[in-house]
Ligand binder design. Structure first.
Ligand SMILES: Cc1cc2nc3c(=O)[nH]c(=O)nc-3n(C[C@H](O)[C@H](O)[C@H](O)COP(=O)(O)OP(=O)(O)OC[C@H]3O[C@@H](n4cnc5c(N)ncnc54)[C@H](O)[C@@H]3O)c2cc1C
Length: 466
């Protein structure tokens, strides 16, 4: 039998990872549709002059599956470096190394704070300490870490990151997002940070990983169509017809299988026949947090030796400020560096619609507030906008996600996966893991849904690395 035709929607890590694997193993003919003119999705990069810039701070974590890491090392060769992390968090007006280090915490934080955090631990372990039956982000973390560290770090950070009060967020957010979700784990991290404080990073920005996957998939015969936006999915007897547009041109592609990494809410709305009304209503009740990336160019070679500064404080809009050149340890270009501020927001809100110039001024003002005054005036500021940066796990979100997810899973020859497709707050190596798992489930013209369900259970155990 001929190989089935798999049309992959989206060219982020989940999409390009599947294109690479499917072609490498000769399992399918592959066409990949990506609406942007570049690959990598949220984990992509773009070039500004001589510099590659990411969409916010991205690192490849040591926690990556060995098979995936080996592939990336093979694909990038010497362009992938193992780098020491050099980040710091601003806590109570003081800078503390990130990942946390025991001696640094002791030296930098005031005694009252340390005493209160220790007292919280003792009280938590007394009868009556604990969550008290609630399952919210606030109750889970308060029960495990105590109020001091929550009120000073996790709660203000959560308000900025997700735009909601910690008690409005589901307990799952704490379990998926906070890899040091218990005091014991936090202490373990303090003593021995995962990956010993190292990460992998490519010479030409984080997006080089996705570009390398796509290049190899193309060499192996995949067709990668950049700038093509998916507009419709029509069910046919044999599979699907995918409608895609670029500028004024529309094409229709016949697919035996559609593998979608689009937001599952978007994919459901594109389907013909349309989902039942209750499923469409469910799709309207879950949402993603957006992210503004504001790039500020300074006419100096390096701003700071730190690669990323984290800000839980609520008096500044940014959650993180990174200096992309530091990630690979580049000195070029001489006399120029670009900083990247991450500002969570919602599509269409006041921040999202601000001009690039005003955003640049706001970031510089924020930098002053946290004692990171630029030594010279910035020469330029520009912004990029990610409409779907983080899934928002509000209390009760599963009441809407579960039926939507189940309905999509029932659509024959259709697979929704990846960070947006499964509404999963995941890292790049998790998205790639999903792509590899999906490829394993394809056997001739049959997709093994039972095997995929087993993989879904594994995906649920993934915890985000910061
Ligand atoms: C600020 C930030 C920092 C992060 N830092 C890290 C980190 O340090 N390490 C790490 O491992 N991970 C990090 N991540 C997570 C990482 O970016 C994601 O795990 C990864 O991008 C998920 O890949 P994906 O392919 O599942 O989804 P995406 O990257 O979201 O890709 C989906 C693709 O679908 C495309 N698409 C959407 N709609 C259409 C359409 N209608 N037609 C065609 N194409 C469409 C999009 O353009 C996009 O390219 C970070 C994420 C953010 C937001």
């Amino acid at each position: 039998m001929d190989q089935p035709h798999v049309v992959i929607l989206g060219g982020g890590p989940a999409g390009v990872g599947a294109a690479y694997k499917l072609r490498k193993e000769g399992k399918a003919r592959v066409t990949l549709l990506e609406r942007n003119p570049y690959l990598g999705g949220n984990a992509g990069s773009f070039q500004e002059g001589e510099q590659w810039l990411d969409f916010g701070s991205h690192r490849l974590h040591h926690a990556s599956e060995p098979e995936i890491l080996a592939d990336i090392q093979m694909l990038l060769g010497p362009d992938l470096k193992d780098r020491p992390r050099n980040g710091r968090i601003r806590l109570r007006g003081k800078w503390v190394k990130f990942p946390l280090s025991g001696p640094d915490l002791m030296l930098r934080l005031d005694k009252n704070f340390a005493l209160n955090a220790a007292k919280d631990m003792v009280l938590k372990n007394l009868p009556g300490g604990g969550a008290g039956g609630e399952d919210t982000f606030a109750s889970v973390l308060r029960a495990n870490l105590g109020p001091t560290i929550c009120e000073h770090f996790y709660f203000p950070y959560a308000r900025k990151l997700w735009g909601h009060e910690p008690h409005e967020l589901s307990g799952i957010q704490a379990r998926r997002r906070v890899s040091s979700g218990t005091f014991a784990k936090l202490i373990k991290k303090v003593i021995k940070p995962p990956g010993k404080g190292f990460f992998y990073y490519p010479r030409e920005g984080f997006g080089q990983i996705s570009r390398a996957y796509a290049d190899h998939a193309t060499k192996d015969g995949a067709e990668i169509m950049l700038g093509w936006s998916v507009a419709g999915l029509k069910k046919t007897e044999a599979g699907w017809t995918v409608e895609t547009t670029k500028d004024a041109e529309t094409r229709r592609l016949d697919a035996d299988f559609v593998w979608s990494t689009l937001p599952l809410t978007v994919a459901a709305r594109m389907m013909d026949p349309a989902p039942p009304a209750d499923i469409l209503a469910a799709a309207g009740r879950i949402d993603y947090r957006a992210m503004l990336l504001v790039y500020v160019e300074l006419p100096i070679t390096q701003f700071h030796a730190t690669d990323a500064h984290y800000f839980p404080e609520e008096n500044v809009a940014m959650t993180r400020l990174s200096e992309p050149k530091n990630y690979f340890g580049l000195s070029a270009p001489e006399g120029r560096t670009v900083l990247c501020a991450e500002i969570p927001c919602m599509v269409g809100d006041r921040l999202w619609t601000m001009s690039d110039e005003d955003l640049g001024k706001m970031v510089v003002e924020d930098m002053r507030k946290v004692d990171l005054v630029p030594p010279v005036a910035h020469t330029r500021a520009f912004a990029r906008r990610l409409p779907q940066a983080y899934p928002i796990y509000l209390n009760g979100y599963q009441d809407h996600l579960v039926p939507l997810d189940r309905w999509l899973a029932e659509q024959p020859r259709f697979l929704s996966y990846g960070r947006q497709g499964l509404f999963a707050h995941d890292n790049t190596h998790h998205a790639l893991y999903m792509a590899y798992a999906a490829t394993r489930c394809l056997d001739g013209d049959r997709f093994d849904t039972a095997e995929w369900s087993r993989y879904r259970k594994i995906f649920e155990t993934h915890v985000v690395e910061d």
